[in-house]
Design a protein around this ligand. Structure first.
Ligand code: NG1
Length: 424
């Protein structure tokens, strides 16, 4: 698809909008980027930091406000079809996996958020056309980009605003409507990213700390060609891990509550001790030993990944700030190993991409996003980039019959700006 120029949709999309909406054109464009997470995987829903950056690929919604409560949305990709519903505080979901749920999630959340101020007539609806330059189900967060772009469109259609972090937080909670018990990383970076920067994101409360990405660091994104579906088995495996992390934490918290070492200091009255306070209070070696002494099997593995990954994010941030690419790369490699062995979310394809990239001269490589397919992120020095890309083309894509221009599956990420809405 052609990129949009100067805030206007490409002519074919404008025409498709008119055809779908009784000959009338759109008045606004809402765009929200996908993201690549550089490090900090499966930490966000445990209250630990992440370090993503927004991508140049994005979801775009051409829209115009309506006078009633109807939402009428078509998709640039015909396979997705028309979706119609009324905006209200209780919108019945479509079957799990249907793309309408990512439109309904922000609509229901915003209707609830503004119920007190909007009066009995509620929020106004809109006519829209969604298009995307992001590969779907790739671990690059097309789902949250859609939620953010749609939420932003609904706000604009109703002349409403929310501060960025509040909006991102509301959209993270909103996306749970789709059945995934996700964290808040994707919505925060899609809404709040700054061009040329990655960000360390902290949760409870949500905060974003921008970090410039040195111009001689190349982050390559490589798709396994295996979809990382956000419904069905992958969703169950994801939600299962959120439960396992909570269970492990409860056991450790119980041990600490009556431990001499911790002297019963599990936080101020009323505060529930989470992973974040654990990491602040106990050094990582002791924390891992504690886990090894009191947890078994899967719970030990999940615990060990979460606490070591949280620590790696802080170390990686420091490496990024001082331009220490080697250390950052080593941390990425350690993250991948932990995700493969302890968190068990890698796949043979992800492992193959990581191994090929490293053999081809990359500084570091790991899976990005939830795993179970999707993409790997690879760090390379500029002078090694060609070798890395060739290794991936020859070693991975050629066997799978992908050749010619392959920017949809293999590209260099550019740290991009967060979501915006413009008048056409
Ligand atoms: P992906 O699968 O890339 O959209 C998911 C979660 C993130 C985070 C990562 C794992 C959602 C919307 N996204 O990302 O919050 O937990 O997995 O680090 O649930």
């Amino acid at each position: 698809m052609e990129p949009a120029k100067s805030g206007r949709g490409p002519p074919d999309l404008l025409e498709a909008f008119r055809v779908a909406h009784e000959g009338k054109g759109p008045t606004h464009l809402s765009r929200a980027p996908g993201r690549v997470n550089l490090i900090g995987e499966h930490t966000d829903y445990n209250g630990l930091p992440v370090l993503p950056m927004a991508l140049q690929q994005e979801i775009r919604i051409l829209f115009s406000p309506r006078g009633d409560r109807e939402i009428r949305v078509v998709n640039g990709e015909r396979e997705f079809g028309l979706r119609e519903f009324s905006i209200s505080e209780n919108i019945p979901p479509d079957p799990s996996g249907d793309w309408a749920n990512y439109l309904k999630a922000p609509c229901q959340a915003l209707a609830r958020e503004f119920v007190a101020t909007q009066g009995p007539s509620g929020l106004r609806g809109l006519n829209a056309l969604v298009s995307s330059t992001l590969p779907v189900a790739s671990g690059l967060s097309s789902s949250s980009a859609l939620v953010i772009a749609m939420g932003q469109a609904v706000l604009k259609a109703n002349d409403l605003t929310l501060p960025t972090l509040e909006f991102a937080d509301a959209m993270a909670r909103a996306e749970r409507y789709t059945g995934t018990q996700g964290g808040g990383m994707d919505q925060a970076i899609s809404a709040g990213a700054r061009e040329g920067h990655a960000a360390r994101i902290e949760f409870d409360p949500l905060r974003i700390f921008e970090i410039p990405v040195p111009s001689d660091w190349c982050f390559v994104v490589a798709h396994t060609l295996v979809r990382a579906e956000k419904s069905g088995r992958a969703q169950e495996a994801y939600n299962q891990r959120t439960r396992e992390c909570r269970e492990a934490l409860e056991i450790v918290r119980g041990v600490l509550a009556d431990s001499e070492l911790f002297k019963g200091d599990t936080g101020s009255p009323g505060e529930v001790m989470g992973y974040s306070r654990l990491l602040e209070s106990i050094c990582i070696q002791e924390l891992v030993e504690l886990g090894e002494a009191h947890l078994k099997g899967v719970l030990l593995k999940r615990f060990r990944h979460v606490v070591t990954e949280g620590t790696r994010v802080y170390d990686a941030e420091q490496a990024l700030r001082r331009g220490d690419r080697l250390t950052f790369g080593l941390l990425m490699n350690a993250s991948h190993e932990s995700l493969r062995n302890d968190y068990e979310v890698s796949s043979p394809e992800l492992d193959a991409l990581v191994a090929l990239a490293l053999e081809g001269g990359a500084t570091g490589a790991r899976l990005t996003g939830a795993g179970f397919g999707g993409c790997a992120v690879i760090l390379s020095a500029p002078e090694r980039l060609k070798g890395v890309l060739t290794a991936l083309r020859e070693g991975y894509y050629r066997n799978r019959n992908v050749s010619g221009p392959m920017e949809e599956v293999l590209f260099v990420a550019q740290a991009s700006e967060g979501a915006t809405v413009t008048k056409l």
